[in-house]
Design a protein around this ligand. Sequence first.
Ligand SMILES: Cc1cc2nc3c(=O)[nH]c(=O)nc-3n(C[C@H](O)[C@H](O)[C@H](O)COP(=O)(O)OP(=O)(O)OC[C@H]3O[C@@H](n4cnc5c(N)ncnc54)[C@H](O)[C@@H]3O)c2cc1C
Length: 443
Amino acid sequence: MLLQTDRSLARHSWYAETASRRQDHRALQGEVRAEVAIVGGGLAGLSAALELAQRGRQVVLLEAQQLGWAASGRNGGQALGGLACGMDEIEAQLGLADARRLWAMTLEALTLIHARRDRYRIACDWQSGALTVATSARKAAALRRDAERMASAYDHPTQWLDRAALGLHIRSPRYHGGCYDRRGGHLHPLKYALGLADAAWREGARLHEHSPVQRVERHRSVTLLRTPQGQVVADQVLLAGNVHLPALAGVGALPPGTGARIMPVGTYVGVTEPLDPSEMDGLLPTRAAVCDSNFVLDYFRPTADQRLLFGGKVSYSTLTPPNLAGSLQARLARVFPRLAWRPLTHVWGGFVDITMNRAPDFSRLPPDGAAGAPIYLLQGFSGHGLALSGLAGKLVAEAICEDASRFDLFARLRHRPFPGGERLRTPTLVLGMLWHRLRDLTG
Ligand SMILES: Cc1cc2nc3c(=O)[nH]c(=O)nc-3n(C[C@H](O)[C@H](O)[C@H](O)COP(=O)(O)OP(=O)(O)OC[C@H]3O[C@@H](n4cnc5c(N)ncnc54)[C@H](O)[C@@H]3O)c2cc1C
C-alpha cells in the first residue's frame, strides 16, 4: 500500500522530467559475490557505494526501483547543516563536547557535496544561501535565541535579519525575522543522486536497478540477499532502504521493533511555471532557499529555470491529501500573495522516515555468530537527509574499512519505538500531531 502510494506520488515529479538517466543498470541475475552489499539506491546507499568503491572494496548495490527514485530524487533540494531535531536533543543525550563533534559532521556533509560535485563534475544546479524564517514575533524571538546559542556554543555564526532586513532575501509579508546561513544552499537532488551513481559506477561499484531484496539470510560468515532473479553473497551488508525497508522485518534482516522506530510521513512539493527573472527578483532576490521554523513547515526555493519550488503539506496517515495541488497553492499564496493565480505545473511528493525524537537512527546490528559481521542500518533522517545521508554513507565506509568511531557517535543516540508498534503507530501519530498543528496556528 505504502509503495503503491509512493509510486503514484512519483509520477508527476518535475525533477524526473529535467534530469537525464544516462544509463540503465540491469536487474541482478544469478549469483554474485560482494565484500559489501547495499540495499537501497538513494543518497545514503549511493554515497556508501561510492566511498567503499573509492577504498577498493567490491560493492554491489541493489535498488528495488530506479536509482534516486524515492525521497533522494524528489525532495525540496534544501541542503542544510544540522539535524531535524536541533542540537538540544543531541546535547541532552551526548553532552556538549560530543554534540559539537556531531554538529561539525553535519557541516562536513555540506562540504562533501561540493567536493563530490567538483571531483566528479556533477552538474546539479547548486545555489548558495539558506534562510530560516519565523511566522510570528514569538517564533522570531525563539529563533534568534537559538541562533545566538549556535554562535556561542557551536561556533556557528549566522546573520540575524529583522523584518526589514529580511527584505534583502525574501519579499513576503508573512515573516517576522530570520537567520541567513551562507553555508547552506539548494540543488537539483535527482541530478545530484544520478551524478553520485555515475561516480560510484566509474569507481567500480556494481549497481542493479529493479532488484528488490526480498529476503536476507544471515549465515555463519556471510549474508545472503535474495532478489527475484538472483542473489548476492556478501561479507558485510548496509541497509539503506528508508521507509520501504521495514518490509524486510521478519525475513531475517531486522530485529523485531526496528521498523517501529521510524514512521513514514508523506510530504509534498510543487513548482510554478518558469517566472520572468525580474519577477523572481521581486520574490527571492538572492535566490536563497527558505524554510520556516514551524513544526509542519513550508519550504521553498527558486529552480535554475526560475520556477518557484514550494513544499509544505504533510500527511501522517500516509494517504495523499485530497486536492493536493489546491492546498499547496493556498499555502504558497500565504507567502507570496501575487502568485495566488499562478498554477503549479507539477505536484508530487514522497515519504520521509521520521523518528520519535527527530534524531537520525544509525545502528550496527550485532553479528549472528562469532564469525559473522554486523549489519549496518541508516534510517530516520526525519526530513533533513539531503546532505546528512551523503555523510552517513561515508561514515559506514569508514566504519567498515578504517575506524568506526564517527559512525558510533551517531549510533549512541537512543531511540524509542512509536507507540502502537508497527501496526498502530500511524493512527497514534495522527492524534499526536494535531497538538503540534494547533501550536503552529496559535503563533
Ligand atoms: C518530498 C520530500 C521533500 C524533502 N525535502 C528535503 C529537503 O529539502 N532537505 C533535506 O535535507 N531533506 C529533504 N527530504 C528528506 C531527504 O530526501 C531524505 O532524508 C533522504 O533522501 C533519504 O535518503 P535515503 O537514501 O535514506 O532514502 P531514499 O531516497 O528513500 O532511498 C531508499 C531506497 O531504497 C530502496 N529500497 C527500499 N527497500 C528496498 C529493498 N528491499 N530492496 C532494494 N531496494 C530497496 C527504495 O526503492 C529507495 O530508492 C525530503 C523528502 C521528501 C520525500
